[in-house]
Design a protein around this ligand. Structure first.
Ligand code: OGA
Ligand code: MN
Length: 232
C-alpha cells in the first residue's frame, strides 16, 4: 500500500529542522497575530496569503466521531494491525515507525461512520478507492513530507484521527518557506482537496516538533482511518 499510493518528496526546510527555532518562530508569529486564521482554531500558517490559498481546500471537523465510535473503530482495526510489526528501519520510506492495513468490509457501526465520512468529504458519485487505509503510527513515528500518488488516488483525501492529537503540516511544492499547520484533534476528520492535495506536501510532525501555534501538541500512538477517491 505504501508503495502504491505514495510518492515521497523530501523537502529541504532548514528552519524547521530545529524544533526550538520552529517554536520561537511560531511564538513570534502568534504574538503578531498575523498568520492565525481568523475563522478557525485548527488552522495556522506562515502568512495570511498562504492561508487564503488553502482556504476552501482544507477542512478539519473536530469531534466528528464520539468516544464510542472511536472505540468501535479501534476494536475493528486492532485485529488487522496486531499481526504486523512497526516498521522503523526503512529511512527511504515516507513514514517512520508505523504499521498499516487495509479493510474492505466493516461492521455495522463502523460502516455507518464511514458512510458519514463519504457523505461530507466526497463529491456525490465520485468513485472511491474500495479498501479503507488504516495507518498506525507509534509514539515515535511520523510521516515525512510527501504527496499521495496521483496515479492511484483522486482529488480528495479524508482521514479520521484516533487515540491522539497531532499536527499535519502542508508546504507548497513551489515555495518551501511557506507552511500551513492543521491541528488534528483526536476524533476529528480532516479533508484535503484539490490544490491542498496536489500542490502541497503533507506530513505528520514527530512528537518533538509537534507544536501548533506555539503550543505543544503531545503526540501519542495515533491511528488514522483514511478514505480516498479514484483519479478521474
Ligand atoms: C498517508 C498519509 C496521513 C494520516 O498515509 O499517505 O498522509 O492522517 N496519512 O495518517
Ligand atoms: Mn499522504
Amino acid at each position: 500500500m505504501t508503495l502504491l499510493i505514495r510518492v515521497s518528496k523530501q523537502v529541504q526546510r532548514n528552519s524547521f529542522q530545529n524544533p526550538l527555532l520552529y517554536r520561537l518562530l511560531s511564538e513570534s508569529s502568534a504574538l503578531r497575530k498575523g498568520p492565525e486564521s481568523k475563522e478557525c482554531k485548527w488552522l495556522f500558517g506562515s502568512s495570511q496569503e498562504i492561508l487564503s490559498v488553502v482556504r476552501g481546500h482544507v477542512e478539519v471537523r473536530q469531534n466528528f466521531i464520539s468516544e464510542e465510535e472511536e472505540n468501535a473503530l479501534f476494536k475493528e482495526v486492532e485485529t488487522g494491525l496486531r499481526k504486523k510489526r512497526y516498521e522503523f528501519d526503512h529511512w527511504d520510506d515516507a513514514i517512520h515507525g508505523y504499521r498499516e492495513t487495509e479493510r474492505l468490509q466493516w461492521g455495522v457501526t463502523c460502516e455507518s461512520i464511514l458512510r458519514r465520512v463519504r457523505a461530507v468529504a466526497f463529491p456525490e458519485g465520485s468513485p472511491l478507492l474500495g479498501p479503507i487505509h488504516v495507518l498506525d503510527l507509534d509514539k515515535e513515528g511520523f510521516i515525512k513530507p510527501h504527496i499521495d500518488s496521483v496515479k492511484f488516488c483522486g482529488s480528495t483525501i479524508a482521514g479520521l484521527s484516533l487515540l491522539s492529537d497531532s499536527v499535519m503540516r502542508l508546504v507548497p511544492e513551489n515555495k518551501s518557506t511557506d507552511w500551513v499547520d492543521l491541528l488534528l484533534s483526536r476524533r476529528s476528520l480532516y479533508i484535503l482537496r484539490d490544490d491542498a492535495r496536489f500542490k502541497f506536501t503533507h506530513e505528520i510532525l514527530k512528537d518533538e516538533e509537534s507544536f501548533f501555534s506555539g503550543q505543544k501538541v503531545p503526540r501519542h500512538r495515533r491511528i488514522s482511518v483514511i478514505c480516498r477517491n479514484l483519479p478521474v
